[in-house]
Design a protein around this ligand. Sequence first.
Ligand code: LMR
Length: 340
Amino acid sequence: MKALAAALALTLMSALPALAEVCTPSDIVIKFATVVSATDNPKGIAAQIFADRVNAEMAGKVCVIVYPDSTLYDDDTVLQAMLQGDVQMAAPSLSKFEAFTKVFRLFDLPFLFPDVAAVDAFETAPAGERMKSAMTARGLEGLEFWHSGMKQFSANRPLLRPEDATGLKFRIQPSAVIASEIRALRAQPQSIAFSDVYDALRTGVVDGQENTWSNIYAQKLYAVQDGITETNHGVLEYLVVTSVDFLKSLPPDTRAQLLAILHGVTVERNAAVTAVEAKSRAAILAAGGHIRTLTPEERAQWVAAMQPVWAEFRADVGPDNIEAAQAAGRRPTNDAGTGG
Ligand code: LMR
């Protein structure tokens, strides 16, 4: 299987534009690493649009190359590589920053945000804005939040009630909150790199997983699961990061133009995310994937089963942040932007 993965990575690498084709010698080069598909995942799409815009509007000054599908770094190595100056930008999910800060644990609390618009309202309010600088002292600067979507559970057997998950092994991201959430279901969490999830499900290393429609579709996870249950139990959010040193090294006007382009792309793509996720959900059905929906009573059982996770992490994430997130979820619907 490793040979197959290596061959796939080689094919992808050879399909990537070579640095010399895109960048001129005078350019400041930005390598932007992602673990996701460049075509089906909201982050992959946004990163490529950002690169295209910078390469057109800042030609001769800055050049961005996107490395999708873990072809440059996996999420467990990319942040250290960034601190060493080997990669300049990435947008790991907020569950991947545990070694640098605990503030993003808030986002993994189950059933905290009802939808992506609530996440957007929280992130664009002062409490969310402040979180972007949570890692400055550790050498990382958060630039923008990028949305992905709501997460769904899947497994190799039908999941309709929380008891259906008892005893199963679930692949998770390296997040203490998600690990606790799985244990609350009396199931076993196992942290596995995103690039290995398909194989882990296919070979039975784990029985189930949780992710967005776009990742379940792009990674073909639906094809190695009995079905997907539309739980909408959590959010997958990304933070576009760079290193403090790299950001400081940019001439002020270059930095301002780069960040303005990034913000424009953020507003545009965050507003489009619900449509991208809906397209992936439809594509899963069209490809023969099985999607189960929950009755309000069944959903209430999942909410109740995961409630202990809140108590465990309340002090860690801060009651004020929880309150601000809940208030964002209660906002009047016509008051909710989905922009950046
Ligand atoms: C995961 O590891 O499941 C996600 O964080 C992957 C991603 O970046 O969407």
